[in-house]
Design a binder for this molecule. Sequence first.
Ligand code: NAD
Length: 637
Amino acid sequence: MTDISIRITGRAGRITLQRPDALNAMTYDMCLAIETALDAWRDDPAVALVVIDAMGERAFCSGGDIADLYATGRAGDFAYGQKFWADEYRLNNKIFEYSKPVVSFLQGFTMGGGVGIGCHGSHRIVGDTSQIAMPEVGIGLVPDVGGSLMLALAPGRLGEYLGCTAARMNAGDAIFAGFADIYLPEAAWDSTIKTLELTGDVDHIKAQDVPASGPIENNQDAINRHFHGASLGDIWITLESDTSDFAQATLKQMKRNSPLSMACAIEILSRLRGPSLTMGKALDLEYRFTARAMEHGDFLEGIRAAIIDKDRQPKWQFADGVVPPMAVSKMLQPLGAQALKLKEEAQMKIGFIGLGNMGAPMAANLASAGFDVAGFDPAGTSAAGVGVASSAAQAASDADAVITMLPNGAILRSVAEELVPAMKSGAVLLDCSTVDVDSARAVAKQAQDAGLMAVDAPVSGGIGGASGGTLTFMAGGTEAGFLKVTPLFDIMGQKAVHCGEAGAGQAAKICNNMILGATMIATCEAFALADKLGLERQKMFDVVSTSSGYSWSMNAYCPAPGVGPQSPSDNGYTPGFAAELMLKDLGLSQQAAETADADTPMGALALALYKRFVEEEDGMGRDFSAMLPRFEGRGRD
Ligand code: NAD
């Protein structure tokens, strides 16, 4: 008997996993064999649908066969694992996108790699023995094989719960969570398969009502309450403060798992939620982690403890459960030329204008992802892997997309005068600078009149986000323009929200930065007050960063040197985001508030403070968080 049987029976392409003694764990060869069959059947008129099942009662497929991965990884060969995962994810995507019905019968354990084969087809059938789970965090991986897509789509915060606890879903829960479609008593499976083989028609599947809702669905309120936090730390705190059986059992499950994996799983789900959610993006993010999992993650230690030494005592990194945001960000950084490629696609040619604090790392990320990027900046700055153009027009000629990252609207308008005539028809002008709404609309109109597409997509996330590829883009412009530049957003950022027509991105940005300016001032003045009250800064951070006063200014960009993650305060307030740029943004928001007749007293006060700081005090050329030393030296007058 071979590990897998692939054949055509009647109208059905038939795949049967045949390793019941190994719970039908997927080997690399099985994965490649399934892909070959799907490719052959896609255009074969003899095959009307595909049916996937498995031998034995205990499992459809308990996961990927990880012994080989461990052996090669221990020997320092990370390339084998990377190829295995890349090929497996390509297969998962093919099942997800398959043009004919794919019907799977999921008895017993369907976990990890088994979910990738069994849970992406069009008709996923479960029965009374079904137990579906994504247990990867228990071996130092993240939910992968496209599972993160279903977790991100699951109701409420169920995705975080399932991904962090590896909880097993019965038939009812699997349907509730979106991992299965149809309940059918297992006694009826053989005859259903025979009918499908005979007719090639999925309408013959006679679904029945699930006998009862599952235990996970019944705990949905508690799950939403405990798992709504933005990070593993937030989730941990709410569970620890709750003495209920559910919270304590959940904590116990999570304490077995790799903290780094759980923190990254939560981050992946947060990046996936939103309008740019696709299977390609889910697999890309998963692969960023798995490609690094052996060298930098807990994967080898997880396998050692689970299946090699079987001591079940893994020595995880960050064993106290405190995972720094930087560690998460490093595991999920873009992989550049090593990024997952689901299909061979022609890469866009890109012109990049404005290689400053933000533009240079953004352009470098695109170049390292394999894009052909030509850059221009009159200051003579450059970026790794980016070709040097002698003018903006030269960088733009022949480019499919031209990205601008410039100081303000007046400069954008003047640069657009040069760019628009030089760009080829149908190309897209993508402005990522923060500028006034009127300039964004004027440049978009100029581009559209010249037969180009235009998208305004200012960013949030600072220089850390620009270099780590974790920016958030807020975009305005047509749907077609947005879709065309989405692959670029996926490299440079973690999230892109299409906010509306031209100018809508800038509107979202100035509202966001009005909040940022006010919260930075509030954070700085609170630190200065805490100093005067004799409170240690580290203690202040420890309390506020996990209490109701927390904010991005405190948690991710702390203005106090030596406290919190690395930020410009640790570098003498050399700008990441200069005070004069914050002044500009606050000016833009007040200008917009004036036009729209909106009452924004906090925004107006923040503008007045930054204006004084930049124009009359020592704020010019310093980071916007240098408000803290400003407040330190001042009394009430
Ligand atoms: P920066 O001053 O470091 O970079 C701007 C670059 O534009 C400079 O290198 C400059 O030489 C170049 N430039 C000026 N005139 C030009 C012209 N005519 N042609 C081509 N290039 C020209 O500023 P930055 O921090 O990189 O910010 C860029 C934009 O991003 C701004 O609109 C800013 O508001 C926005 N932004 C910045 C941050 C941040 O943290 N720095 C965060 C979000 C948004």
